[in-house]
Design a protein around this ligand. Sequence first.
Ligand SMILES: Cc1cc2nc3c(=O)[nH]c(=O)nc-3n(C[C@H](O)[C@H](O)[C@H](O)COP(=O)(O)O)c2cc1C
Length: 191
Amino acid sequence: MTDLAVETVHQNIHQRQSIGHLVAPAPNAAQLEMAFAAALTAPDHHRLKPTRFVVVAEAEREAFGELLSKALADTGQKEEAQLERVKHHPFRAPLLVLALTQLQDHPKVPHFEQILSSGAAVQNFLLSLQSQGFSTMWRSGAVVESLLFKKALGLKADDLISGIIYIGTAVKAIPPRPEINVSEFVSNWKK
Ligand SMILES: Cc1cc2nc3c(=O)[nH]c(=O)nc-3n(C[C@H](O)[C@H](O)[C@H](O)COP(=O)(O)O)c2cc1C
C-alpha cells in the first residue's frame, strides 16, 4: 500500500461516527453488495460463517415497525406509549440491515468467538459504507432479546440479533470524535 492509501484507510476509520438521524440517499444494490462482501471477509475461526444479514427496504419499514412493537411487547413491555414509539424507529433512516449471528456448536470454536466474528463483520460493513459516502448507526435495544422477533427472522432461541444497522446519508456534520489517548488503553506485557 502506498502512504496515501494507508492514510486514506485510516481517515475512513477515524471519520466513521454514528449518526442517529439519516436521510436518502441510501446505498443502491451494488453499493450494498460491496459492503456485504467486505463484511463477509471478517476473521472467522474455521470459516463457520456465523453472520447473516437481512435487508429491510424503505417500503418495508412500516411493517417492520409493527414487528418491532410486537417484539417489544414480547419482552414484557406493557406501556402503550413505548409500544407505539418503537413503530417509528425504522423511519430514522431510509434503509435498515439486521445483522444476525447463527451460533453453531463446534468443538474448536466457542460461541463467543462466533459472536466476535459477527462484530468484526459489522464493523467491516460500516467502514465499507462509510468509504462509499454513507453514514450508519449500529443499534440494538430490548427487542433483540425477543423470541418472537428471533423466530420471525428464522433464528433459534440461542441465536443473536447482533444489530439493527441504520443506513443513509447524514443531514448535518457532527462534532469530531474527542481525541483518544491510546496510551490509556495499551500496555506492554512484562513477565
Ligand atoms: C452491539 C451494539 C449495539 C448498540 N446499540 C445501540 C442502541 O441501541 N442505541 C444507541 O444509541 N447506541 C447503540 N450502540 C452504540 C452506537 O452504535 C455507537 O457506537 C455509539 O453511540 C458511539 O458512537 P460512535 O460509533 O460514533 O463512536 C450500540 C453499539 C453496539 C456495538
